[in-house]
Design a protein around this ligand. Structure first.
Ligand SMILES: [Zn+2]
Length: 103
């Protein structure tokens, strides 16, 4: 592990105490019915499966304009026979406001 500017070069997190850092695990993340769970193409480094799924959803679906529910699975990347943890994600549109002073 090489430390540059007190950030881990693998996970990017700040290293507060050199020599005491452990990277969070790598997760496979898939959207079943749209991606092949036997050959997952997305990996995300996070503390747990929920965070990995939420990061995937934020990356892929944050620009959707209508609410929907999406099924997303995550499993540990480097663990043989790791079980998929399955989640339903609710995607909601968020209103935004702009203002103009009337003349
Ligand atoms: Zn790290």
């Amino acid at each position: 592990m090489i430390v540059v500017d007190l950030r881990c070069t693998i996970c990017g997190r700040f290293i507060l105490i050199p020599g005491c850092h452990t990277c969070p695990p790598l997760w496979d993340v898939v959207r079943p019915d749209y991606e092949d769970e036997d050959y997952p193409q997305n990996t995300i480094r996070c503390d747990d499966a929920e965070d990995a799924v939420l990061e995937y959803a934020d990356d892929k679906f944050s620009d959707w304009e209508y609410p929907t529910n999406i099924e997303i699975w995550a499993r540990l990347h480097d663990v043989i026979d790791a079980e998929w943890q399955k989640f339903n994600i609710g995607v909601e549109s968020v209103p935004s406001f702009s203002i103009y002073e009337r003349m």
